[in-house]
Design a protein around this ligand. Structure first.
Ligand SMILES: *Cc1c(COP(=O)(O)O)cnc(C)c1O
Length: 391
């Protein structure tokens, strides 16, 4: 599983092997149909009885979405996958399918902001409490896990890109009988496969690297057939969170270039990190492989980093001086993006404030896009120079 050749084969199989499409079309067809007709009473009856897998209705299954789901399962080395209308739909569908009133969820402190808000704002109304732990504190985690239903974690984690020992955390959870739910959006399936490291369920925001062009909001869950079936029958049909055929097709198109996009994002990130490292105005660079060693499980750090700017740099002026980087949330598309922590930590009402551990108001998250490493380096250097107060 871990040797390079079998990995290349699996990824190639998932991304490039489309089988034989209708009319021999090279791009997979977009099946834009809400409902599907059956040829006879007997065929419809067989579908209802579960004796056939023919598509019935696109809220629960659609051929274009199913085609994508097979590729996602193969990419993450899982048995099955479900594609949904957003990364948050993936997180909420997985959690809501698996928790009952009275359950406790354990989550790492630096989780994605809206996942954190879902745990804090919605789950208590269903009688589910969340306990936050620092995943680098093995003792705290060992104390928290027994009796919990789910353990939710990320590595690298949001904004600060802390990495954790995934196999050790997965083992600890399994020993305590706790289901693990892992957000692998930051690594993408090209750089880390948590199911192979002992995790039970992987979620992705496919709005990021997988779709890759900032034109789709989508998500997925990958895992064992049993757990995916539990979500498929126990939550996602009622939440109505399925992905549309057209958006599934856009993700399928994005997947074709995922391997080379990841390489280009990383090349740009290396050039930029190297250029910023020596500057007196840049006090820290948070990125696996720069601020801490790249863990064994992570084959590359992707296109994100968070920089901390010295007091001599005016952060609004830095943001406004950027010519190539755009100011925006999200990441994973063509465009390079900057997100200052002073604003990201100040969410619009009525959302609860969520301050990840280790983030401060001197920080700016950068996503290195595909405009070219030299262009991005030059843009950052000129913006830092323009925003540095003299004296
Ligand atoms: C963006 C993001 C999500 C949410 O995904 P959406 O597709 O926006 O719903 C979840 N986790 C991480 C780590 C993200 O970056």
């Amino acid at each position: 599983m871990n040797d390079a050749f079998s990995k290349i084969n699996r990824v190639a199989q998932a991304i490039f092997d489309d089988g034989r499409q209708v009319h021999g079309s090279i791009a997979p067809p977009i099946v834009m149909s809400s409902t599907f007709a059956f040829a006879s009473h007997a065929e419809l009856a067989a579908r209802y009885a579960g004796d056939s897998t023919d598509p019935l209705y696109s809220r629960t299954e659609n051929p274009t979405v199913a085609f994508l789901e097979d590729k996602l399962a193969a990419l993450e080395a899982g048995e099955a996958a479900i594609a949904l209308g957003s990364g948050m739909a993936a997180i909420t569908s997985a959690v809501l399918a698996l928790v009952r009133s009275g359950d406790r969820l354990v989550a790492i402190r630096n989780s994605y902001s809206d996942a954190h808000r879902f745990f804090d704002m919605m789950l208590p109304r269903l009688g589910v409490q969340t306990q936050y732990v620092d995943a680098s504190d093995a003792v705290a985690l060992k104390d928290a896990l027994p009796g919990a239903r789910l353990f939710y974690f990320e590595s690298p984690s949001s904004f600060v890109f802390d990495c954790h020992d995934i196999p050790a955390l997965a083992r600890m959870a399994r020993a305590a009988g706790v289901i693990t739910l892992f957000d692998n959006s930051f690594a993408s399936p090209m750089r880390q496969n948590p199911l192979a490291l002992g995790v039970d369920l992987v979620v992705h925001s496919m709005s990021k690297y997988l779709a890759g062009h900032s034109d789709v909001v989508a998500g997925c869950i990958v895992g064992s057939r049993t757990l995916i079936d539990t979500i498929r029958t126990g939550a996602s049909p009622f939440l109505g969170s399925k992905l549309s055929a057209h958006e599934a097709w856009l993700v399928l198109r994005g997947l074709r270039t995922l391997p080379i996009r990841m390489e280009a994002h990383e090349r740009a990130a290396v050039v930029v990190a190297e250029a910023l490292k020596g500057l007196p105005q840049v006090t820290r660079i948070l990125r696996p492989g720069v601020s801490a060693p790249l863990p064994d499980s992570l084959a590359g750090a992707g296109g994100l980093m968070t920089i901390e700017l010295a007091e001599t740099v005016d952060i609004p002026a830095f943001c406004d001086a950027l010519k190539v980087f755009r100011l925006a949330v999200s990441w994973g598309g063509f465009e390079s993006l900057a997100l200052p922590a002073d604003i990201a930590l100040r969410p619009p009402e009525p959302y609860s404030r969520h301050e990840p551990k280790g983030v401060n108001r001197r920080m700016v998250r950068l996503f290195l896009g595909l405009e070219g490493a030299e262009v991005l380096r030059a843009d950052l250097l000129q913006a830092i120079a323009a925003a540095t107060r003299s004296g």
